[in-house]
Design a protein around this ligand. Structure first.
Ligand SMILES: NC(=O)c1ccc[n+]([C@@H]2O[C@H](COP(=O)([O-])OP(=O)(O)OC[C@H]3O[C@@H](n4cnc5c(N)ncnc54)[C@H](O)[C@@H]3O)[C@@H](O)[C@H]2O)c1
Length: 392
């Protein structure tokens, strides 16, 4: 195993276990060595518990720690996957990168923009490689859209995510011991998740940025609050979200999220269009656009004349285990092969996705006003929204 990248995972919960599974596979391919796991709650480090989800994991020489700083000093990893709840960061990323360690940060990197700035500044100062866990950037269909749109202008894009309040027993942080929700479903809790738009809608926000290689310039949002009498059992996050983004190079996008309880329903609907074309998610990923020199043609073109396959079906799950494995594989290789082009984002470049969803919350709370992202990030007017609230 000499020469393999020495990696560690901090936070061995729902997502951390998926990363442990990917890393165990990469270890079998001798691409990495899993030198340590860290989690403040010892029960989450037990081999049998880890193996119940990460079936390829064997503890072997992997060291276990309940303290991140001790783990960095003792196990001396080259790269750390940070997979802890986003409101629980207390400078761990800053201290880790100061020791020259590369960072894979799960989204959302934090819930407080001031802390994200501090993390990004520390990463840039240390000059270490970084990536944020937007695995959709490693999905073949989404990459085909990214490539197709490279020389085109966005008119509009849509990402509708129809889902439900998160299930019980999925989460591993004992929030009941930390002043959080009694049922551990912290993703349904506003103080822990920052709303579902921050916790989950950040994926749709980032995917559209990836599709069009652009940054969000402004946001307007309207949410529907969950009825108060349902909040004890369903959490206090809104039940519906509508967010509109404007992009720097033009074009708009809609991100729509539904979060009813009891429905256990999941579906999605997505499209992108340019002034001359419509990209549709069908059995294949296709673009509809008439390319004849005689535009407008004398009669309506046939479907065959309009339709070009951008990527063959069936569509894989862009959130699934394949893209999750690939983002970790490419991150590890980007370091061992000194090839930054394998990283499809960096901590710094991902800040726009986080600023956009945090500013969406602010827009909704101020009655749906349009918020300029640059102002959200820098103006005194929004300073109070960038800070960790007292007592949290
Ligand atoms: N990219 C994705 O598709 C995806 C999917 C799920 C979750 N996530 C993200 O991963 C992160 C973790 O979410 P999760 O679903 O695994 O939650 P979880 O509660 O299941 O697991 C979090 C783990 O972190 C540990 N932890 C808690 N406080 C910690 C601290 N101070 N230091 C170190 N570890 C700590 C917990 O004990 C637990 O094992 C979140 O940011 C979440 O948004 C990303």
């Amino acid at each position: 195993m000499a020469g393999a990248l020495r990696v560690a995972v901090v936070g061995v919960g729902q997502r951390g276990l998926q990363h442990v599974e990917s890393i165990a596979k990469l270890q079998a391919d001798e691409e990495v060595q899993l030198v340590a796991l860290a989690d403040p709650f010892e029960e989450n480090l037990a081999e049998a518990k880890v193996q119940s989800i990460a079936t390829s994991y064997k503890q072997g020489s992997t060291q276990l720690f309940t303290n991140v700083d001790e783990m960095i000093d003792t196990a001396k990893p080259d790269a750390v996957w940070f997979v802890m709840p986003p409101n629980q960061h207390r400078g761990e990323i800053e201290r880790t990168v100061a020791k020259g360690v590369a960072i894979f940060a799960e989204k959302p990197q934090s819930l407080f923009y001031d802390e994200i700035k501090s993390q990004a500044d520390a990463i840039d100062k240390a000059g270490v490689p970084s990536i944020v866990g937007f695995q959709k950037r490693y999905d073949p269909w989404y990459t085909a859209i990214h490539d197709y749109m490279a020389d085109k202008q966005l008119a509009s894009a849509m990402a509708v995510s129809l889902s439900s309040v998160e299930g019980h027993s999925a989460k591993h942080t004992p929030t009941e011991r930390q002043g959080g929700p009694a049922n551990r479903v912290w993703t349904a809790n506003r103080a822990w998740s920052g709303t579902s738009m921050v916790e989950a809608g950040i994926h749709q926000t980032d995917q559209i940025r990836y599709w069009v290689s652009d940054d969000v310039k402004w946001v307007q949002a309207a949410y529907v609050e969950r009825p108060e009498d349902l909040q004890e059992s369903q959490g206090d996050n809104p039940t519906a979200y509508t967010v509109v983004y404007g992009f720097k190079r033009g074009g708009i996008a809609n991100v729509i999220f539904t979060k009813p309880a009891r429905s256990y329903f999941n579906d999605k609907y997505e499209y992108v269009h340019t002034p001359d074309a419509h990209i549709a998610f069908e059995d294949d990923l296709v673009v509809y656009s008439y390319q004849g020199a005689d535009y407008p043609p004398a009669s309506r073109p046939t479907r065959e004349q309009l339709r070009t396959v951008l990527a063959a079906g069936p569509e894989s799950n862009p959130m699934g285990s394949e893209s999750t494995l690939d983002i970790s594989r490419q991150f590890a290789r980007s370091i061992t092969e000194s090839d930054p082009s394998l990283r499809r984002n960096s901590f710094r470049s991902s800040m726009n996705s986080l600023a956009a969803v945090l500013a969406a919350n602010v827009s909704d709370s101020l009655g749906g006003i349009r918020i300029d992202i640059d102002e959200f990030e820098n103006s005194d007017k929004f300073a109070e929204y960038r800070q960790r609230p007292e007592g949290l």
